[in-house]
Design a protein around this ligand. Structure first.
Ligand SMILES: NC(=O)c1ccc[n+]([C@@H]2O[C@H](COP(=O)([O-])OP(=O)(O)OC[C@H]3O[C@@H](n4cnc5c(N)ncnc54)[C@H](OP(=O)(O)O)[C@@H]3O)[C@@H](O)[C@H]2O)c1
Length: 276
């Protein structure tokens, strides 16, 4: 007994169960991840569905014959109109603040009860996002950085964590496709303009969160992909942009339905890969 204690190698961080480099020796996926998914008859969650791209995701997904759980801080008039027009049980409007772990935990834990018929999330679109107010080097504050990270990085991560805890994604319930809406502004290679500290950093961090999840969840039949919507006319851009929400969302849904390899990858609305 004593001898075996003495010969046992001391525990080090490098051998610890949570050391990230240990993931390299994880067993191969037990359930194959997906390329694309036919977006019809699916149960889809969209966060930040009250306006902009999130509202348009909800609209187009309903038009394609899916059931949508729209997760919003406050339902907008546009979303309530969609709810009235949607066939019974096809659009569930739920309350969620992605900047609050307590709100996410409550929301995920109550989904089965609040959305009749929901047994599994086939597709999750982590769309909610903020740009931040003070974004340049002279004025940016700790609070600005934290506020963006809470919504853009930690929110999507905790949404996935809590849906997993609720048994709603992957596993025995079936495959799940997670689309994390990032931004080219979070690309290190593409950053030629500087500034934008809270948004750039929080979207870059979302990218590495997506990559780790794409590895950690592959064995559970979960695919994790990053999307860039393009430069889209919404409130976030002050109505400026090169395209409308209709074109952006149709393009991004096309990527999710395509036969491209999705897990751990990053595509724009045209299906072009974005440099990291
Ligand atoms: N527009 C672009 O050119 C562009 C480009 C690249 C990436 N993106 C990304 O695309 C996504 C959608 O952006 P958008 O252009 O549609 O912006 P938007 O019109 O400002 O919409 C943002 C959405 O996120 C929601 N949201 C913000 N904070 C939230 C919170 N704490 N909890 C729950 N929901 C919250 C907003 O809810 P409220 O209605 O309650 O405010 C709103 O529904 C974002 O992730 C954004 O970073 C946009």
């Amino acid at each position: 007994m004593l001898a075996s204690c003495l010969t046992r190698r001391p525990f080090t961080a490098a051998r610890g169960p949570t050391a990230p480099w240990n993931y390299a020796v994880r067993p191969k996926a037990r359930v194959a991840v997906m390329a694309g998914v036919a977006l019809q008859g699916k149960q889809v969650v969209v966060t930040g569905a009250s306006q902009g791209l999130g509202l348009e995701f909800t609209k187009q997904l309903l038009d394609k014959g899916n059931t949508v759980v729209a997760a919003v801080r406050n339902p907008s008039a546009g979303l309530l109109q969609l709810e009235q027009a949607a066939p019974e049980g096809r659009l569930h409007v739920t309350q969620l603040d992605v900047s609050s772990t307590a709100s996410i935990t409550r929301w995920a834990g109550g989904l089965r009860d609040n959305c009749r018929g929901l047994r599994h999330v086939d597709v999750l679109i982590n769309n909610a996002g903020v740009y931040g107010s003070k974004v340049d080097l002279k004025t940016v504050t700790e609070q600005d950085m934290i506020a963006c990270f809470k919504v853009n990085t930690i929110g999507p991560l905790v949404v996935v964590q809590q849906l997993l805890a609720a048994g709603l994604i992957g596993g025995f319930g079936g495959k799940t496709l997670i689309a994390n809406v990032s931004s080219k502004v979070g690309s290190v290679d593409d950053n030629r303009g500087g500034g934008g500290y809270p948004y750039r950093a929080s979207k870059s961090a979302l990218n590495i969160v997506n990559k780790s999840m794409s590895i950690d969840l592959a064995g559970d039949g979960v695919t994790c992909v990053l999307l860039h919507p393009g430069y889209v006319r919404t409130n976030m851009t002050g109505g400026q942009g090169l395209i409308d929400v209709q074109e952006s969302v149709a393009g991004m849904l096309g990527v999710l339905e395509s036969s491209k390899p999705l897990n751990g990858e990053w595509y724009d609305f045209k299906g072009e890969k974005i440099p990291w």
